[in-house]
Design a binder for this molecule. Structure first.
Ligand code: ADP
Ligand code: ASP
Ligand code: MG
Length: 412
């Protein structure tokens, strides 16, 4: 008998019919004799709807604590509906909010981190033969305030529960049948991966593939939780996220391509080139709580320098204001910005053992006449910033250049 944590995402519980289908599925697992803990998201679109309401009530700037109080209600609806549907099928079930389980988090509202999970209640219910249905995305801090874990956070609830309960597997059920070489909704030739390493999945998630929330992959890696992504309503093996990265001749150099339209670029030109210039520019940006992603500095011949960096698009206006003030203070020539950019990244542990990956990437983009504005690399990924309108073309060109759309690959 196994203990399985199953997480169902928003589209999988988006209607009553789907919730009934999920209940049928959980019932089947239960009849196999396995202990089941189910984590559900809010119905698809519900979290967006709630955030929108909160913005309307607060001139676009909701108080973070109250926002969490509100958006956590989306999941409270679906846990109860699923528990009802299970009970209706003769499957004993009970639903709990994050607070009731006691998923303890820090107090960083809207992006809280899980600190500890109390497994006592869940274990008692499992021993009594009940399916336990837990609300994803939410927790409670030391003071008893409701917190949420950031968009896509139900994945993290699922994995964290699996870690706390030492579950045999954490199954993430969604609207695609696994992790693909790239977003299958953008590239028709994308292929499902039989498996992908935690390390690669972490890069994919942090570079824009929202199939799993980054923190869920971090958790799974840290606690070695067997993690699988599957389709909610189609049979199939899905994709296993694994530690194993055994090298083989057949191993592809690149496992996947991630992309992200959420960034914006800022440039400050004609900055007097003196020691400490990067700090003078980026100090006030981080002082305003804005996270910087990519950075490029060009030295020019007249003892000035140009400095370009990217931030999340939501922070663009704030960053631009800060940068304008800095430009005045340090006597820079001009400040400009661009929100029509996108970041495309290739990811693969195979990169470690292959030379020439970057040039192959740049060649593929050059062939399509796509200009690269910024580049950043790390051991297992290369990212470029390009004009947003070329994003899909770039992803498709790279997918082909790295032979990801070729039919067979080892292990499949
Ligand atoms: P859920 O509501 O179940 O959590 P999400 O919308 O958060 O589902 O995540 C699933 C979506 O992730 C897919 O519909 C797909 O468009 C997108 N996605 C992005 N990159 C990938 C990828 N590499 N493989 C699979 N899906 C991806
Ligand atoms: N309902 C939350 C969201 O839409 C959490 C989740 O779906 O994982 O972000
Ligand atoms: Mg999700």
């Amino acid at each position: 008998m196994a203990l399985i944590v199953q997480k169902f995402g928003g589209t999988s519980v988006g209607t009553i019919e789907r919730i009934q289908q999920v209940a049928d599925k959980v019932k089947k697992f239960r009849e196999n004799g396995d202990d089941i803990v189910v984590v559900v998201s809010a119905m698809s679109g519900e979290t967006n709807r709630l955030i929108d309401l909160a913005k309307q009530a607060s001139d676009g700037n909701p108080e973070p604590r109250e926002l969490d109080m509100m958006v956590s209600t989306g999941e409270q609806v679906t846990i109860a509906l699923l528990a009802m549907a299970l009970i209706n099928r003769g499957v004993p079930a009970v639903s709990y909010t994050g607070n009731q389980v006691r998923i303890l988090t820090d107090s960083a509202f809207n992006k809280a981190r899980i600190l500890q999970i109390d497994d006592e209640k869940i274990r008692a219910d499992l021993s009594a033969g009940r399916v336990v249905v837990v609300a994803g995305f939410q927790g409670v801090d030391e003071q008893g305030n409701i917190t949420t874990l950031g968009r896509g956070g139900s994945d993290t609830t699922g994995v964290a529960l699996a870690a706390a309960l030492k579950a045999d597997e954490c199954q993430i059920y969604t609207d695609v049948d696994g992790v693909y070489t790239t977003d299958p909704r953008v590239v028709a030739q994308a292929r499902r991966l039989e498996k992908i390493t935690f390390e690669e999945m972490l890069e994919m998630a942090s570079l824009g593939s929202k199939v799993l929330q980054i923190r869920s992959v971090e958790f799974a890696g840290k606690y070695n939780v067997p993690l699988r992504v599957l389709h909610s309503f189609q049979e199939g093996p899905g994709t296993l996220i694994t530690l194993d990265d055994e090298e083989s001749m057949e191993q592809p150099i690149i496992s996947g391509i991630a992309f992200n339209r959420d960034e914006a670029k800022l440039t400050i030109r004609g900055v007097p080139d003196t020691p400490g210039v990067a700090f003078k520019i980026l100090g006030p940006v981080s002082g305003a709580n804005i996270e910087v992603d990519m950075i490029v500095q060009n030295v020019s011949h007249d003892n000035t320098t140009d400095f370009t960096f990217t931030v999340h698009r939501n922070d663009y206006q704030k960053a631009l204001d800060v940068l304008k003030q800095t430009a005045e203070a340090i006597g820079a020539r001009e400040v400009s910005g661009d929100t029509n950019i996108a970041k495309v990244s290739i990811v693969g542990v195979g990169m470690r053992s292959h030379a020439g990956v970057a040039s192959r990437m740049f060649e593929a983009l050059a062939k399509e006449n796509i200009n690269i504005q910024m580049i950043s690399t790390s051991e297992i990924k290369i990212s470029v910033v390009i004009e947003e309108k070329y994003l899909e073309l770039a992803v498709r060109a790279l997918h082909t250049a790295f032979e990801l759309d070729a039919p067979a690959r080892q292990g499949e």
